[in-house]
Design a protein around this ligand. Structure first.
Ligand code: ADP
Ligand code: MG
Length: 680
């Protein structure tokens, strides 16, 4: 059977199962073999029954003494019991609602049972254990455990994978032949078999190393292809512009860090190589102003600029701010968002194409189909961690390679940034505008909610505004619907009820663009006292009169996200507060929230997150915009990452577009990893 055969042609995989696999992105036999186990259960060293710890998963080897017939329990469940044991103690095995496992057991034979031992010192039992025969254990002593999702259990996945391993032709090797010896990697088919059914832990580890290499190598090749696509084209070479009139026009003096970063950026734009710079600065450090200085320089040189923001709310706000800052110098700002009316969009597009818009601000729409710039010289991407590789690639393809400035509040370790984003320069805003006060941060339990609303009421009475954030992850639709209900319920039953007579607004991702803009406008203009919102307000929103940020279910966010949210307040002269509400009792969660209460330093916070939660927060699947990696970790597989990076660069040097016939299979793998991204 070929590797690209759809999974439903495997014996034992019906249309229902195939549909569940499809939801996991598994269409073919090759995809199925790419569902890797999460861990292994080691059957090679069973515990004596008497020594099996209570309430932990254990493997025992026991002989079957006797079997009892099925019993019907009250409530309609059935129960089958088998008495077994070894030299040390007896063990009662119980299965509920299934008799197949018990039926297959023969009295007098020995089997391996895996499960949780419960009971008393004298009576031990195991409910619904997994059974394996000594012959099975001999052949594969380590049993793979798969992540259970989409209604597929680990056992079911294991059975389908076993079928695929038997029926599929060996998967094609795609690494250049010398790689296997150079990096001491097993062949591909060997690795795929060993990751699913390793003969030993060492074999499993070798297999993992090979497959991690595959992922990181194809990732680096794909990123390299994306980068080189633009680099061949010429860039907009500019002359230095005198920034003094721009600085002088501001109502405040720029910080030293802002001046320095603007200098570095504008310096890059005068070079023949396109700029590729990351501007890193904590929440509130004034990145927008630095971007404005860059746009000013491009404008003075006769080039258009584009600025992309991750949300429509933020795009609208940026258009506003930049119009105020740059309008007086003649810069014409156009807003382009997905939710625009067709006629307004046509007008904007025409202006962009004719060069009558000097700065285009928008969401992904800026890089959408049909947007033609007359002379795009600078592209600014705000809050870069929300943008994917795909979008950055598209943007780079928009013009004869514009200068690219990426702005982020989330510090990325430099080594990682280099590996993931290539030859990236970094400017840091390490200074906040003067007069910023720390946002007083408190962590409270849900029982304090009423008292907290009393505090909100006082702040509102003093003329301030408050944000209340409820969780709604913009994930799958099903999830979205449930959480949409949650935020709406919270809005009516908690916020409106506890703030009677106050003007409370509701904001979430499901609102139409126009509705979102209207709510935000109302809040900005002070026509709303409180805003109940999902995390759509997480990034960038700037309303200086807002002084309190309440975050419900604070345990659901990483510290960096909480810090971003907290950054929405403390933007004006008044004392500001952030209240983290959580009923989550775990020590780790409380430690995390306490840490946030103790510091305002975004870099320290990101470091804490990285150490305590792993890289999920800023290199998590959803945020970094890279293709999803099955096995590899960008923070722990760093040695493999470095090797993959170097060898990918070397290979692209020899075959820049990856079109050589001997790289056909490799190019296919890159395409698989990157999905629909096109590289030409
Ligand atoms: P961020 O880096 O989080 O994007 P913003 O660019 O939104 O920060 O700036 C935050 C706030 O600080 C804005 O209200 C902005 O007008 C103000 N600001 C920026 N630079 C200065 C400065 N040098 N002095 C005083 N206020 C500043
Ligand atoms: Mg910002």
């Amino acid at each position: 059977m070929r590797a690209d055969t759809p999974v439903q042609y495997l014996k034992g995989v019906g249309p229902k199962t195939a549909e569940k696999f499809a939801r996991l992105g598994v269409a073919t036999v090759e995809d199925l073999l790419g569902l890797y186990p999460r861990r292994y259960v080691d059957y090679s060293d069973p515990a004596p029954v008497a020594a099996a710890p209570f309430d932990a998963d254990t493997v025992v080897k026991a002989a079957v003494y006797s079997k009892r017939g099925a019993v019907r329990l009250p409530g309609g469940r059935t129960m089958v019991q088998v008495l077994a044991g070894d030299d040390s103690a007896a063990l009662t095995l119980t299965w509920f609602n299934t008799h197949f496992a018990a039926d297959s057991l023969r009295v007098g034979e020995e089997y391996f049972f895996e499960g949780r031992v419960r009971g008393t010192l004298t009576r031990r039992e195991m409910a619904n254990p997994t059974v394996r025969t000594p012959a099975q254990v001999e052949k594969t002593p380590l049993a793979a455990v798969y992540p259970q999702t989409e209604g597929l259990g680990s056992g079911q996945i294991a059975r389908c994978v076993a079928r695929a391993l038997e029926e599929a032709q060996p998967l094609e090797e795609f690494l250049p032949p010398d790689f296997l010896t150079r990096f001491k990697l097993p062949g591909r088919w060997q690795a795929v078999r060993d990751i699913h059914r390793p003969a030993s832990m060492a074999a499993a580890q070798a297999a993992r190393r090979r497959l991690v290499f595959d992922e990181l190598f194809t990732l680096q090749l794909g990123l390299g292809l994306l980068r080189s696509r633009g680099a061949a084209k010429a860039s907009a070479v500019m002359k230095p512009a005198d920034l003094a009139p721009f600085w002088a026009s501001l109502p405040f003096a720029p910080t030293g860090a802002q001046r320095r970063a603007a200098g570095e950026i504008c310096g890059d734009m005068t070079k023949t190589a396109p700029m590729n710079r990351l501007l890193q600065g904590d929440v509130g450090s004034g990145k927008t102003l630095v971007a404005a200085a860059a746009v000013y320089t491009a404008y003075k040189n006769g080039w258009q600029s584009a600025l992309m923001a991750p949300t429509e709310i933020l795009a609208a706000q940026h258009a506003d701010t930049l119009d105020r800052l740059l309008g007086p110098f003649g810069v014409r700002v156009a807003l382009l968002t997905g939710g625009m009316k067709a006629a307004a969009r046509r007008t904007a597009l025409a202006a962009i194409a004719a060069g009558e818009a000097d700065l285009v601000v928008g969401t992904h729409a800026v890089i959408g189909e049909g947007v033609q710039f007359k002379a795009l010289g600078l592209a600014v991407v705000d809050e870069q961690h929300r943008f994917g590789v795909r979008q950055r690639g598209l943007l780079a393809g928009k013009a004869a390679q514009p200068h690219v400035l990426v702005m982020s509040a989330t510090p990325i370790p430099r080594t990682l940034a280099l590996l993931v984003y290539g030859d990236l320069d970094i400017s840091v805003l390490d200074e906040l505008p003067p007069g910023r006060k720390a946002v007083k941060t408190y962590a409270v339990g849900g029982e304090k909610r009423r008292a907290m609303y009393g505090f909100l009421e006082k702040q509102i009475a003093a003329g301030r505004q408050v944000y209340i954030v409820c969780p709604l992850v913009e994930e799958s639709d099903a999830e979205n619907a449930g959480e949409l209900a949650a935020v709406t319920t919270y809005y009516t039953e908690v916020a409106k009820a506890l703030l009677p007579g106050r003007r409370v607004g509701l904001m979430h991702g499901r609102l139409k663009a126009k509705e979102k803009a209207a709510v935000m406008e109302d809040f900005k203009a002070g026509r709303l006292d409180a805003l109940v919102s999902t995390t759509v307000i997480e990034v960038g929103v700037d309303v200086p009169n807002a002084t309190v940020m309440v975050i419900e279910n604070a345990e659901r966010y990483g510290l960096s996200a909480l810090h971003q949210l907290r950054g929405r307040v403390g933007r004006g002269a008044a004392e500001s507060f952030c209240i983290l509400v959580s009923d989550h009792g775990s020590e780790a969660v409380r430690d995390r929230l306490r840490f946030l209460c103790s510091t305002q330093d975004g870099f320290a916070i990101a470091k804490y997150d990285l150490e305590h939660r792993g890289p999920g927060d800023f290199f998590g699947d959803r945020q970094h915009g890279l293709p999803t990696l099955q096995l590899a970790s960008l923070t722990t597989d760093t040695r493999t990452l470095a090797a993959a990076h170097a060898s990918a660069a070397e290979l692209l040097e020899a075959d820049p577009a990856l079109t050589a016939p001997e790289h056909r299979a490799l190019a296919g793998q890159v395409q698989r990893l990157f999905g629909r991204t096109t590289f030409n």
